[in-house]
Design a protein around this ligand. Structure first.
Ligand SMILES: NC(=O)C1=CN([C@@H]2O[C@H](COP(=O)(O)OP(=O)(O)OC[C@H]3O[C@@H](n4cnc5c(N)ncnc54)[C@H](O)[C@@H]3O)[C@@H](O)[C@H]2O)C=CC1
Ligand SMILES: O=C(O)[C@@H]1CCC=N1
Length: 264
């Protein structure tokens, strides 16, 4: 698409809506003046050169591409006509058929980013409807890659599963970090040192995994082979059900993704 493209984000004041809006402008996909953002209560102060509105149909009428970024429970109240336009959703659980029906356009994209979009490090699987064109796919890739890495997947079932694995994904290392911090503080470390040390471990591990070609499984085995402190910790965590806790958590997220969509 040329520089005349315009984009609208319904729910542009929210966590993901703001992350997308700022990433799109930073990546120069559109200038702020070609961006329309809708809000529900107070008008936010970020992106003052964008057009802010409470009227979602006005947003649609001003935009070539519409991104829907409201919570799934607010989705049934969205009443707009986006005929002939490209519409993209970031909502968990809402299917392509539901999107096409409520937004009244056949050109729909279902995506599932994660919270790391805020720092341009999302992983975002996506899938498009039959009517989506090659140009539409290029626009979608540019928008999603402005927020991190993105993959087109083969089925909506993949999106349902990835909603837990990668959509909710940042919450899981955060949960581990919180448990590690609580343990450190309970053993007398100051909360400040506990936070700095645990954050350094998570950030360092992320960079290590990104830099090395080995699978995480191989890295874990290398640690186990020392037969030292790390092996003692991993074996105790496994005996307490670490892997089955992760599998149960991912199964619960998958089930919730499917039922949340059915409830709307
Ligand atoms: N936060 C996350 O980690 C992820 C969120 N998602 C999905 O992204 C969507 C948005 O989530 P968040 O940004 O985290 O939630 P949020 O609550 O921060 O943002 C939603 C925004 O939509 C606004 N809104 C609701 N109805 C509206 C309407 N009719 N018109 C205009 N604005 C309206 C709300 O006022 C709020 O500002 C959800 O559907 C969620 O499933 C997907 C992946 C990750
Ligand atoms: O928890 C949720 O429902 C949203 C979708 C994926 C991540 N956050």
């Amino acid at each position: 698409m040329d520089g005349s493209m315009s984009i609208g984000i319904i729910g542009g004041a929210g966590w993901l809506g703001r992350a997308f809006a700022e990433a799109i402008v930073d990546a120069k996909i559109v200038a702020a003046g070609r961006l329309t953002l809708s809000f529900r209560s107070g008008q936010p102060t970020f992106l003052p050169n964008a057009t802010w509105t409470r009227d979602n149909q006005e947003l649609v009428d001003r935009s070539d591409v519409i991104i829907v970024s409201v919570r799934p429970q607010d989705w049934p109240a969205i009443d707009i006509t986006a005929s002939g336009k490209l519409a993209m959703s970031v909502m968990a659980g809402i299917t392509l058929d539901q999107l096409a029906g409520r937004l009244k356009t056949d050109r729909v994209i279902r995506t599932l980013p994660n919270a790391a979009a805020e720092v341009r490090n999302s992983y975002t699987p996506w899938i498009g409807s039959q009517s989506v064109t090659a140009d539409d796919r290029n626009v979608v890739r540019r928008i999603l890659e402005a927020c991190g890495a993105a993959d087109e997947v083969k089925s909506e079932a993949d999106i349902d599963y990835l909603t837990g694995l990668t959509g909710s994904g940042p919450a899981f290392p955060a949960l581990l970090a919180a448990a590690m911090m609580d343990d450190a503080v309970s053993r007398g470390l100051s909360p400040d040192i506990a936070r700095r040390s645990v954050s350094a471990v998570l950030i360092g591990t992320g960079k290590l995994l990104a830099a090395r070609a080995d699978c995480p499984k191989d890295i874990v085995q290398t640690f186990l082979d020392y037969r030292g402190t790390t092996a003692a910790a991993i074996e105790a965590m496994r005996a307490a059900g670490f892997e089955s806790a992760v599998a149960d958590g991912l199964a619960a997220a998958l089930q919730k993704s499917v039922t949340m969509g059915q409830a709307t």
